[in-house]
Design a protein around this ligand. Structure first.
Ligand code: GDP
Ligand code: CA
Length: 322
């Protein structure tokens, strides 16, 4: 079975760890089941001359066993000496959590990019070390960056998504969220092929706007997915995101923070099935099959059960269509 998962950071990575477990995929071993992850690169940022890809790295570290599980991002057993030394030189920004171990990843990436390798090849090279047990493809090799339009003392301006998210904790209202460069971007190598060959596309409980939304915004990706059987897992439970500030992103695009509104935002053209939490039992969305079950990924087993439910729902939809 071939499954494609467009994923952001923490929510995507934790779901993928469960999906691997439920399909019996062990990192570094052959398996009948194959997962292709289309990673969000809209969060990417250049800091101190280093190219940082937070969502690709979160997926790679989580599935490769290198993640700091408590934080959900960055390396386990991390220190922040480089960050402190940069701050001592007065280097800005100081708000980004650049860890020492993590920095090695960014150095390798930046050096390969400077030598002319596309991000997809760089990601493959980094995964040679981490062996995540999935094929991790950046959504595009082109530069696409999410920027957020906010009001400030000097009027309206656009800031990088990371500045809004980390520095301001998404507390400044977002007037607009823009995927800069998206309209001219092309899907990364293998992305459209993977979607066309997929038995199932599963949307993990990633941020619907700045994670899954960015991936769907690469021209051709959403269109390809509309042809596939697509099921999704709600990142919203009982009217609030489980973790993070996805509500601030949804408000910015005029979508209510609810499991139903997110399903309707994806729309029946894309989504065939939708898993909501028990707290949202009874939710309906036109043209989409909705099922409720516990959706808290408290540990790998819980995430595996959610992933199993998503795959089962997808296969049932598929059977009915055949
Ligand atoms: P980011 O790039 O690190 O922000 O991560 P993602 O975009 O992949 O995922 C963020 C989303 O994951 C948030 O909107 C959360 O609501 C959702 N999320 C995190 N943990 C859980 C969980 O245990 N269950 C569900 N259903 N959603 C979760
Ligand atoms: Ca992200």
């Amino acid at each position: 079975m071939r499954i494609v998962v467009p994923a952001g950071g923490i929510g995507g990575a934790r779901f993928l760890r469960g999906l691997k477990a439920t399909l019996g995929i062990v990192s570094g071993q052959e398996s009948e089941a194959a997962i292709t992850v289309i990673g969000n690169t809209g969060d990417d940022i250049t800091l101190f001359g280093l190219r940082v890809c937070p969502d690709l790295d979160t997926v790679m570290y989580t599935l490769g066993g290198g993640i700091d599980d408590e934080r959900g991002w960055g390396r386990a057993d991390e220190s922040f000496t480089v960050k402190e030394e940069l701050a001592a030189y007065g280097m800005k920004p100081t708000w980004f959590g650049l860890g020492d171990r993590d920095t090695a990843t960014h150095i390798v990436r930046s050096q390969m990019l400077a030598a002319g390798f596309p991000l997809s090849a760089v990601t493959e090279a980094l995964c040679d070390r981490w062996r995540p047990g999935v094929r991790l493809l950046p959504m595009t090799d082109d530069q696409v960056e999410t920027h957020v339009v906010v009001d400030g003392d000097e009027g309206r301006r656009a800031i990088h998504f990371q500045e809004w998210w980390i520095r301001h904790r998404a507390r400044i209202p977002a007037r607009q969220i823009v995927s800069v460069g998206a309209e001219k971007a092309e899907p990364g190598p293998g992305v459209l092929e993977a979607v066309r060959e997929a038995d199932l596309v599963v949307l993990p409980p990633s941020n619907p706007v700045v994670s899954v939304g960015s991936i769907l915004g690469v021209p051709g990706v959403r269109e390809a997915m509309e042809e596939a059987v697509v099921v999704g897992v709600s990142p919203i439970i009982g009217g609030a995101p489980v973790r993070g500030m996805a509500d601030a992103c949804l408000s910015a695009i005029g979508v209510e923070t609810s499991a139903r509104a997110v399903a309707e935002h994806y729309g029946p053209d894309l989504l065939d099935g939708w898993l909501v939490d028990e707290a949202d039992a009874g939710v309906e969305a036109d043209g989409i099959e909705v099922e409720s079950r516990p959706l808290y990924m408290t540990d790998v087993d819980a995430a595996a059960e959610i992933a199993r439910a998503a795959v089962d729902l997808g296969l049932r939809v598929k059977e009915r269509r055949a």
